[in-house]
Design a protein around this ligand. Sequence first.
Ligand code: TYD
Length: 134
Amino acid sequence: MAVGKVINLENMQDGRGSLISLESTQNIPFAIKRVYYLYDLKNDKPRGFHAHRELEQVIICVSGSCRLVLDDSIERQEIILDDPSKAAFIPKMVWREMYNFNNCVLMIIASEHYDPADYIHTYNDFSQEVTQSA
Ligand code: TYD
C-alpha cells in the first residue's frame, strides 16, 4: 500500500515541445480551488513538515527535481519528482516533507482555499490525530 499515488499525465509532445493539460475532476482527482507554485528553492532548505486535515493536493515538478517524502503515520513513501509528466497525489491526513531541490519549480494543485486551521504542524500531533480517528 502506498501513501500517495503517482499520476502519469499525458504529454502532448511534438516537434515543437511538450504540453500537459490539467483538468479539474479529470486527471486531477478533485475539484480545483487553488494553484500555487514554489520557486527559488534552496537545496539545503527542506520544506513541508506538516499535514492537512481536509486538503488534498497534487504536486508537479514542472522544472528540475526534488525528493518528496509522504507518511501516513504507518508507512513512509519516497517519490522522486524529476519529470513534469509525473504528478504526486497527496490525500488528506498525510505528512509531507520535500528535500534536495535542484533547480526545482513545484506547482501545487489544491482542493481547498488556503486555510491555516487545516494545518497540523508537528509530527506528534499528526500521529495522535490519526490514532484518534482510527
Ligand atoms: P508553507 O505552508 O509553510 O509552505 P511549505 O509547505 O512549502 O513549507 O507556506 C509558506 C507561507 O505562505 C506561510 O506564511 C503561509 C503562506 N501561504 C499562503 O498565504 N497561501 C497559500 O496558499 C500557501 C500554501 C501558503
